[in-house]
Every structure is written in C-alpha cells, then in structure tokens.
Design a protein around this ligand. Structure first.
Ligand code: A2P
Length: 316
C-alpha cells in the first residue's frame, strides 16, 4: 500500500475508509470489517454524527489485540461551530471521547467558515455565522497547534481550503498545515491546488472520489454527471478487469494523494482496498486527465449567504 509520508517520519496509508453518510447502525461493522481486511486509515468527523459508533469498532478491534492503536491512522475534523479559541480543544476532546481514543493522528479544520457555537444543525441566515473579524482562521489554527503540543493530536491540517486561503493562513504562522482534504476526482482534478500543496509539503486527501451518490437529495443538483457510469472510466475498468470504483480510487493514489472512499458494504469495502493492486498506465492516466470539467458534487457555496463574511469559498 502506498503511503503518504510526514516530516516527523509518520506515514499514512493512501487508501482510507470514509465515514461521511455512513449510517450509525452500519458504521461499526464497516470499520471493523475494514480493519480486519487490511485498512489502516479511517476518516471521521464530528459532524458526521457517528463517531461514537466508529469508536465502538475501534475499541472492539484493539481489544482483540491483533491490531494495535499505533498501526491505525485516525483522522477527524473540527466542526464549524467550534472555531472560537475556547471551543477548539473541548470539541476535540468530545471527538476523542466519542472515538474512545487517547489521541488522533490527524485533526483538520473542516471548513474555512465559522458558525456561532449554538448552531448545531445548519445555519438559517447570516446571523448564524461568526465573521472572519470575530474569529479569524489564525485564532482557530493557533488552538490546533496547541492541541498538537498537548499531545492530543499528532498532525494538524485543514479541509476545503483554496490556495488563497492556505496562503493567507501560512503568511501568519510558521506552523503550516500538513494536510488539505478537498473534493477531488476526475471531474474536479484541481491541478493548481494540488501543485501548490505539493510545492509546500501539504499532503492532499481526495474526498468524494466516487461522486458521493448517497448524499441526501437536498445536497444534490439536478442531472449530476455520474463518475461511476462514465464510459471512459468503464472502458479502463474493463481493460483491467476491475470495477469503475477501483479505477477512480487508484487514479487518486497514482496522483500522489490519499483517498477515502466511503462504503458500508462488505464487498465494496474490500474491493476498494484491493484497487491498490491495479496499475494504471500512462494512456489510462491521460484519458482520465481529459475528463476534468471542474464539477463539484459537494459545493461549499451554501455557506456564501448574503451578509456573512464567506462570499468566496473557492477563491482559487
Ligand atoms: P455503499 O456504502 O453502499 O458501498 P464517496 O466515497 O464518493 O462519498 O461515495 C460513496 C458512495 O459510493 C456510497 O453510495 C457507496 O455505497 C458507494 N460505493 C462505495 N464503493 C463503491 C464501489 N466500489 N462501487 C460503486 N459504488 C461504491
């Protein structure tokens, strides 16, 4: 399995199990099956609402003693309603309590957007947000640094950050993010962002690699293009006697990013990890490169509410 290396010598498996949209009733089995079948990287977030159930699987698997805590990479993310200085570490501690862990391998700021602390669901209007003047991202970031110094997390990073947002943050601190987790797949290849991250030793994790077809309907656009049904992807899959999902996953790995396909289905959980055995050739990679169409399945545009300070989520 390909690894992403960190400066301190730590490494993370390139293929991890995603848990966004995984039902509470299914995710414990999914994580256990994944770990028993060779996954060593689990991606979580407080806002997914299932960290307790993910934690139940971790406790069960570690309890058996065959897989040790230090062999598994666990990522989680700080939700938007906990950006204030005094809220970051308590939110992290709640995640640790739910995951039933002593530390995280990686903690990310989930979005470059702050809600008021009392907003537990989705903001209804501009008054539900905190402005960037009230809570600058550097304030949140400095608490992330503190969490790392305190040993609660081994690595810190961000998610859904554009190049400009990374640059702005990096200009204010010597302690740069080690990871940026963003939507990335053949329809949204983000070449400039990937190049910027590579140049600045910021590793990248690709989310929604399969197009996140199980998103709730209110987060879906009409007539979305399907990645899994794309004829080029299907043709390459046939050539390699693989599934379309496996081609999409391996494409991410061969571009040097981590990738976190979500599944709660045993067959697909295994299949997704096995994609590592496929080797895409130059022609395959070129054909997939030509599929780029700057299409986002998970647009953060819904945070751009008139009257709040988040008018430019994707400012390039
Ligand atoms: P399921 O959980 O039933 O396997 P993403 O990772 O882009 O968010 O996509 C997750 C969606 O893709 C889920 O609906 C998941 O369903 C489905 N999925 C996961 N693995 C595969 C695969 N190998 N082939 C087709 N669909 C998959």
């Amino acid at each position: 399995m390909k690894q992403l290396k960190f400066k301190n010598g730590d490494s993370m498996d390139a293929i991890g199990l995603g848990t966004w949209k995984s039902d509470k009733g299914k995710v414990t089995d999914a994580v256990r099956i994944a770990l028993e079948n060779g996954y060593r990287h689990i991606d979580c977030a407080a806002t997914y609402g299932n960290e307790k159930e993910v934690g139940d699987a971790l406790v069960e698997v570690f309890g058996k003693g065959e897989i040790k805590r230090k062999e598994v990479w666990v990522t989680s993310k700080l939700w938007n309603n906990a950006h204030k200085k005094e809220d970051v570490i308590p939110a992290l501690k709640k995640t640790l309590e739910d995951l039933q862990l002593e530390y995280l391998d990686l903690y990310l700021i989930h979005w470059p957007v702050a809600f008021k602390p009392e907003i537990n669901g989705f903001p209804e209007g501009p008054d539900d947000y905190l402005s960037l003047e009230e809570v600058p991202l550097i304030e949140t970031w400095n608490e992330m640094i503190k969490a790392q110094k305190d040993g609660l997390v081994k690595h810190i990073g961000v998610s859904n950050f554009s190049r400009q947002k990374l640059q702005r943050l990096m200009a204010q601190t010597d302690h740069h993010p080690e990871m940026n987790q963003v939507e990335m797949h053949p329809y949204l290849q983000q070449k400039n962002l990937l190049e910027f991250c590579n140049k600045n030793s910021i590793r990248v994790t690709a989310y929604s690699p399969l197009g996140s077809g199980d998103r709730p309907d209110n987060l879906k656009a009409d007539n979305e293009p399907s990645l899994l049904e794309n004829p080029v992807i299907k043709e390459i899959a046939e050539k390699h006697e693989a599934s379309a999902g496996q081609i999409l996953i391996k494409w991410s790995v061969q571009r040097g990013t981590a990738v976190i396909p979500k599944s709660t289905n045993e067959k697909r959980i295994k299949e997704n990890l096995e994609s590592d055995k496929i080797q895409l050739d130059e022609k395959d990679m070129k054909k997939i490169a030509d599929l780029d169409r700057h299409y986002r399945y998970v647009t953060g545009k819904f945070f751009e509410v008139e009257g709040n300070s988040y008018q430019n989520i994707y400012d390039d």
